[in-house]
Design a protein around this ligand. Structure first.
Ligand SMILES: Nc1ncnc2c1ncn2[C@@H]1O[C@H](COP(=O)(O)OP(=O)(O)OP(=O)(O)O)[C@@H](O)[C@H]1O
Length: 290
């Protein structure tokens, strides 16, 4: 291959690479923003910009073209401010750090949550549980009451038991411990939700829109178990479906964790498996909302 072939290849390859990178970035950004409360703003923004750009191009409006170019830097800052929660979530996802708990501890905490939800559902006690992942839930912590105890189904049931001082609001789980109770989660502002959806479910969805937390809800009214993750609320799931979802979401495949997993595989002490739970379902058929 001579020098001319190489430079021709570069000339062809560079735009292709640029287009591929841009497509990937735009696709990922839209994937994260879609379904969040900022989504209508993005859509409006993109449509307005496209329309304006088209008008400027067709009518060759020099002053508007200059203005658009000058203010694009300000617009970039505005986008950063408006979508700060979504960007945080996106960056956390890109640079996903290993979770604090080992896979075995995560399996145990999953069983604790599943068992607690099963009990709450049977007794028609409302529950709201957020499991912190890579984004720290500082605002949630500030609104809640410190608990800092080992997570057990009994403890979770106690917290949500009606009329006790900390039963209102959500519980925050960090690693394998109950960190806070009576936490206030941000409410989802989405307009397209089922109107029968109350504030407990909107709070679960709201937190999942702004962070990468996994949020589980038990309805006081119906006993239905639901979960919210990445701005999606899945309602009326069985305990088996909840377990499967939590396992798939919280426990990452060993190969995805690189050298950390390699070290863990070699040095982690094997621990006894958690007790198997009753496989009875509470509510049938998952339905997707949002
Ligand atoms: N922002 C919030 N953060 C945390 N918990 C909240 C929030 N808003 C409401 N809750 C909890 O939800 C309860 C009210 O639930 P509400 O009946 O309005 O919702 P719901 O989604 O219909 O739930 P359910 O099916 O259990 O009735 C409150 O008593 C409180 O415990």
């Amino acid at each position: 291959m001579n020098v001319w072939d190489l430079s021709a290849l570069k000339a062809l390859g560079r735009p292709a690479l640029e287009i591929a990178i841009l497509t990937l970035v735009i696709y990922q950004a839209l994937r994260f923003v879609r379904g969040t409360r900022g989504w209508p703003v993005v859509l409006g923004f993109i449509l307005s910009l496209l329309t304006l750009g088209l008008i400027i191009y067709v009518l060759d409006l020099q002053v508007l073209r200059w203005l658009l170019g000058t203010f694009s830097a300000f617009m970039a800052v505005a986008v950063l401010v408006i979508f700060q929660p979504e960007l945080r979530r996106m960056l956390a996802e890109v640079g996903k750090l290993p979770l604090f708990a080992t896979p075995q501890e995560q399996r145990e905490i999953i069983e604790v949550i599943v068992r607690a939800c099963e009990r709450l559902s049977e007794c028609r006690i409302g529950g709201l549980i957020a499991i912190e992942q890579s984004i720290r839930l500082e605002d949630v912590v500030e609104s809640g009451i410190p608990v800092d105890c080992e997570a057990t189904p009994e403890m979770l049931e106690c917290i949500f038991f009606p009329n006790n001082a900390i039963h209102d609001g959500g519980v925050l789980i960090k690693g394998d411990r109950i960190s806070h109770a009576a936490c206030i989660f941000p409410l989802s502002r989405r307009q397209d939700l089922d109107p029968t959806l109350g504030t407990r479910h909107r709070a679960a969805l709201g937190l999942s829109e702004e962070t990468d937390a996994v949020v589980v809800v038990v309805s006081e009214e119906t006993g239905a178990i639901s979960y919210a993750y990445r701005g999606q609320l899945v309602r009326g799931v069985t305990v088996e479906a909840l377990r499967d979802f939590l396992t798939a979401t919280l426990i990452r495949p060993v190969r995805a964790r690189g050298w950390v997993a390699w070290l863990r595989q070699r040095f982690e002490r094997p621990r006894p498996a958690p007790a198997v739970l009753s496989r009875q379902s509470t509510v049938s058929g998952p339905t997707q909302s949002g």
